[in-house]
Write a protein that binds this ligand. Structure first.
Ligand code: PMP
Ligand code: GLU
Length: 400
């Protein structure tokens, strides 16, 4: 008997979630594993946000709440978009979901017809193509090499658009590369998109506040206001406010799309938790000082890791502008042989070797659609990062 629906054959489980769970399980068994696979800040949710959740519980905010978000949260999101992004969304153009991932899922389910195409620049966050496939769409993967900083060019975009294109996925700063699109780069993409009115744009801004070197964040709907009625501007509290476990994401988008997403939500999750909503009101409206403090730690760790990785023969690593990942090339170790006689044929082999030999858990580049690379998260202590780079160096030196 096969009880499982055919649609599940189209997708695979999330590699980032899977590798992280596996690595943490090895650690729990007592194995000496350094987990650099996680896609979350290592800081706790700030105390004022946790206290707001406790107050909400004590005050009895424990019943069903509107699927699109409580009035207080909707207003907080509306002000956030205006203040940070110079974008005005009416309240019926805003929806809250169970994480940014859920917003993307609902948006794709709400808009994609079979065979509709979704342009996904690679490397991409692992979930984009699988969510598109689940919605019966067709991911169109566009490789964006290292020499263009892993970013999509206007020319590549124009060549990828067809009559069937429904969405373009943009993610800046990017998971897994940390690359940031400048205002000028977004304007060039926008100039192409203005010619193709059938294309919607998903701007995944979840790492908006994790940016370094005084660089400026831009989002496409505000760079080119003529595109706003085709943009879904996605954000959430997971990364900026260290709230990955609270499961809350949100977006601003045209009313028609929000209404359709809410219809799905009303027949599936109803809403995210009322307590997470109360905590997120405090996150968005409360003090923001800790974001700068966290970024100071992240940038120090970024510089540490990039510097150490670039001293390893066989690896080379660009300096990311945001998020908390590095995406080094491992081209120089491909084709080499391990002390056990195994050939390293690709980045997945290399990551298996690092895990087995030195207990380093990272994610191979093929999962993000561009090889031969691998992703390490530097959202962990300087000591662990220094130890990890020393182990990676030792592992690489043992390859023949
Ligand atoms: N987009 C990107 C690029 C991400 O890395 C993540 C992290 N999981 C998400 C969206 C979704 O995050 P969440 O569901 O926790 O809001
Ligand atoms: N986005 C994070 C990552 O890329 C968290 C895991 C996930 O939801 O995929 O690792």
């Amino acid at each position: 008997m096969n009880f499982i629906a055919d649609r599940l054959k189209r997708i695979k489980p999330s590699m980032t979630v899977g590798i992280n769970v596996k690595a943490n399980a090895l650690r729990a068994e007592g194995k000496d594993v350094l987990v650099l696979a996680a896609g979350e800040p290592d800081f706790d949710t700030p105390l004022n946000i946790r206290k707001a959740a406790v107050t909400a519980m004590e005050e009895g905010q424990t019943r069903y709440v509107p699927g699109k978000g409580t009035p207080a949260l909707q207003k907080a999101i509306q002000s956030k978009f205006l203040k940070d992004n110079n974008l005005h969304y009416d309240l019926d153009e805003i929806i809250v979901g169970v994480g940014g991932k859920h917003i993307i899922y609902n948006a794709m389910m709400a808009t994609i017809n079979p065979e509709d195409e979704v342009i996904i620049p690679a490397p991409f966050w692992v979930s984009y193509p699988d969510i598109v496939l689940l919605a019966e769409g067709k991911p169109i993967i566009v490789p964006c090499p290292e020499d263009q900083n892993f970013k999509l060019t206007a020319d590549q975009l124009e060549k990828s658009i067809t009559d069937k294109t429904k969405w373009l996925m943009l993610n800046s700063p990017s998971n897994p590369t940390g690359s940031l699109y400048s205002k000028q780069e977004l304007q060039k993409l926008a100039d192409v998109l203005l010619k193709y009115p059938q294309v919607l744009i998903m701007s995944d801004d979840i790492y908006e506040k994790v940016i370094y070197d005084d660089l400026e964040f831009s989002t496409i709907a505000s760079v080119e206001p003529k595109l706003k009625d085709r943009c879904l501007t996605l954000n959430g509290v997971s990364k900026s406010y260290c709230m990955t476990g609270w499961r809350l994401g949100y977006c601003g988008a045209p009313k028609e799309i929000i209404t359709a997403m809410n219809k799905i939500q009303s027949q599936s999750t109803t809403s995210t938790s009322s307590i997470s909503m109360a905590a997120s009101v405090e996150a968005l409206n409360g003090i923001q000082d800790f974001i700068g403090e966290h970024n100071q730690a992240f940038v120090r760790r970024r510089d540490l890791v990039v510097n150490l990785l670039n001293q390893i023969d066989g690896l080379s690593c660009l300096t990311p502008q945001g998020a908390f990942y590095v995406y080094p090339s491992c081209a120089g170790v491909i084709g080499k042989v391990t002390p056990d006689g195994q050939k390293i044929s690709n980045d997945e082999d290399f990551m298996s070797y690092l895990l087995e030999r030195e207990g380093i858990a990272g994610v191979h580049g093929a999962a993000f659609g561009l090889s031969p690379y691998f992703r390490l998260s530097y959202a962990t202590s300087d000591e662990i990062l220094t130890d990890a780079c020393a182990r990676i160096k030792r592992a690489c030196e043992q390859l023949k």
